[in-house]
Design a protein around this ligand. Structure first.
Ligand SMILES: [Zn+2]
Length: 315
């Protein structure tokens, strides 16, 4: 999600957190196909600023604690044989740099050589770039800028948004897919080594937010991803947040900091066509619309949570 311009409406409509939360750490999370532990729920007052879980020896997932931000973004650290890649830096105010340095140092010790670091972002919203400053001046580190021009130049994308770019981490080449809609420079990152599509805030189990007038661009981006998926094996999508409950069609309150019974982070590849169909069905006047694993959240919406009849009406 984003940190600004957050409609209160969804909090009013979907806030449904029990007043009798307990200290259960697993917080009734649904079983995950990828992760041994449930993601921290914000219930434990001592939970770390970042929870780290490995998918494999070269792929780490970090969740920023709900106790530091209701956004609780997920960040990703990938290793090739030469480079490490950090996807997103979360919300400011916590020491991400120390956590990433520790993971890279451990990996370097195991591999017997150092790794350079590339810091990139799925998009430029504050909850995805907030930790950038901590990496400024870090040796052998590049921080990719946030604009379309910056992203295109770094990854060699010559025909944004129709083309793609690449980055070779050493024996592991990732592909960058422009996906504007939620944000002008939004990208997804496909990793052929793990068959994971890091889908940012364009597809994740939560509120798929877009400004009035951006629905068409968002939908076109998802169409391109669907075409890409026809020729690439995508096992899982991993996005920027979890805001849905395990119970289909229900979201947590917008700024709630306790998450009992959360949806798992991973989505199967069918989520791409589900989101594609959702956009195809909203017509010319998008409204706040829940689906089983996500909801469409056009902005602005009226206080009852539904967009007015003339919302986005062409003038
Ligand atoms: Zn976000």
């Amino acid at each position: 999600m984003i940190r600004l311009a957050v409609p209160l409406v969804s909090a009013l409509l979907f806030a449904n957190i029990s007043a009798c939360e307990t200290s259960s750490r697993a917080a009734d999370a649904a079983p995950s196909a990828l992760f041994e532990q449930a993601w921290n729920s914000g219930i434990d007052p001592h939970e770390a600023a970042f929870q780290v879980q490995a998918i494999d020896a070269n792929t780490y997932v970090l969740r920023q604690s709900l106790r530091t931000s209701f956004e609780a973004p997920f960040l990703y650290l990938l290793f090739g044989t030469d480079k490490a890649l950090l996807i997103d830096t979360g919300v400011e105010g916590v020491d991400l740099r120390a956590v990433i340095d520790r993971l890279i140092d451990q990996h370097a010790a195991a591999e017997g050589h150092s790794f350079s670091l590339v810091v990139m972002h799925t998009h430029g919203h504050g909850d995805h770039v907030g930790g950038d400053a901590g990496f400024e001046g870090r040796p052998d580190t590049v921080i990719v800028g946030h604009s379309v021009e910056d992203v295109s130049a770094f990854f060699g994308i010559t025909d944004w948004p129709d083309g793609t770019g690449t980055l070779d981490l050493g024996g592991r080449t990732i592909e960058i897919l422009p996906t504007p809609g939620h944000h002008p420079s939004h990208v997804m990152i496909f990793d052929a080594a793990s068959h994971i599509l890091f889908s940012g805030d364009a597809i994740y189990p939560g509120r798929l937010f877009f400004e009035c007038g951006e629905a068409g661009e968002y939908a076109t981006s998802i169409d391109r991803v669907a075409t890409f998926a026809e020729t690439h094996q995508i096992d899982w999508l991993l996005g920027g947040h979890v805001e849905m409950k395990a119970k289909p069609g229900q979201a947590f309150g917008q700024q709630g900091k306790l998450r009992r019974g959360e949806h798992v982070l991973e989505l199967s590849a069918s989520a791409i066509t589900d989101v594609q169909a959702a956009f195809a069905g909203i017509g010319d006047y998008p409204r706040v619309t829940p689906f089983a694993e996500f909801m469409l959240l056009p902005h602005p919406a009226d206080p009852q949570g539904k967009s007015p009849p003339d919302w986005c009406k062409p003038s």
